[in-house]
Write a protein that binds this ligand. Structure first.
Ligand code: SAM
Length: 234
């Protein structure tokens, strides 16, 4: 999978591609990354990429020409262009799985008050928001989308099982996790997890998953109930 990111802060995004599991996925040639500095496509010697908004209002707007030129320099026949914006569809695990099917994803990171809408109309396939809050720019949002998408590519996460069982799969949150020592500041790891009784451990995990989802995410729990059938539902 090719991942290309258009940004005015290339070093910020490059450091992301140079870290942890993403770095390893690049070394293993599962993904290829390219970070494009939008300023390289500005017309003037000051590399200006913003201008005042038509109709007035606060702040500046990312100009259309540098972004369009930057995009055209990396677009291929099957590229899917994603614009990170609070106006987009709210991202979730299903969308990450869907994006994982594409071979060439291009992410445009907005800045200032956003990007000229004509670029969106002309080139953008998906507008994605990572939640109902405002970031300074699309970089952090692009990294979140890329990281969770790449986890669905075979070979990226150590054991593929650890992706299959994670929170949001089957609409349940994962149960809490513990490691050594068995007693920390007077708090004990639940005895069942140390019992070696796999059947009881699985039962405890499922019960905690269900009760935590009920308490913390009633919206997910509703979906979980619809997904259940027969004996399991009872
Ligand atoms: N004025 C815009 C608004 O209220 O919708 C917010 C602009 S924000 C300061 C600058 C850029 O950050 C946006 O163009 C977008 O690319 C990115 N951004 C901010 N919040 C985001 C979010 N929740 N999801 C995705 N991108 C976001």
């Amino acid at each position: 999978m090719k991942l290309k990111v258009l940004t005015i802060f290339p070093d910020f995004v490059k450091s992301f591609f140079d870290t942890s599991l993403i770095k390893r996925a690049i070394e293993r040639e599962i993904i290829k990354s390219e970070v494009i500095d939008i300023r390289d496509f500005a017309f003037d010697k000051h590399r200006v990429v913003d201008d005042r908004p038509f109709g007035g209002g606060e702040g500046m707007v990312l100009k259309p020409e540098p972004v369009s030129r930057a995009l055209e320099s990396v677009m291929e026949e099957h590229s899917v262009v994603v614009y990170l914006t609070p106006r987009g569809e709210v991202f979730n695990s299903d969308m990450a799985k869907e994006l994982a099917n594409f071979k060439d994803l291009i992410f445009i990171c907005g800045r200032y008050e956003g990007m000229d809408e004509r670029v969106v109309e002309k080139y953008v396939d998906r507008e994605i928001s990572i939640g109902d809050f405002i970031l300074n720019g699309g970089e952090v949002a692009a990294m979140a989308v890329i990281e969770s998408t790449v986890r669905f590519l075979p070979g990226v996460v150590g054991k593929e099982d650890s992706v299959k069982n994670e929170s949001f799969e089957h609409f349940l949150l994962e149960p809490p996790v513990y490691t050594r020592p068995a007693v920390f500041m007077g708090m004990e790891v639940p005895a069942v997890l140390r019992s070696g009784n796999h059947k009881e451990i699985e039962k405890w995990k499922l019960e905690r998953s269900i009760s935590d989802t009920m308490k913390r995410r009633p919206d997910l729990f509703e979906k979980y109930l619809k997904f259940l059938e027969g004996e399991e539902k009872k």
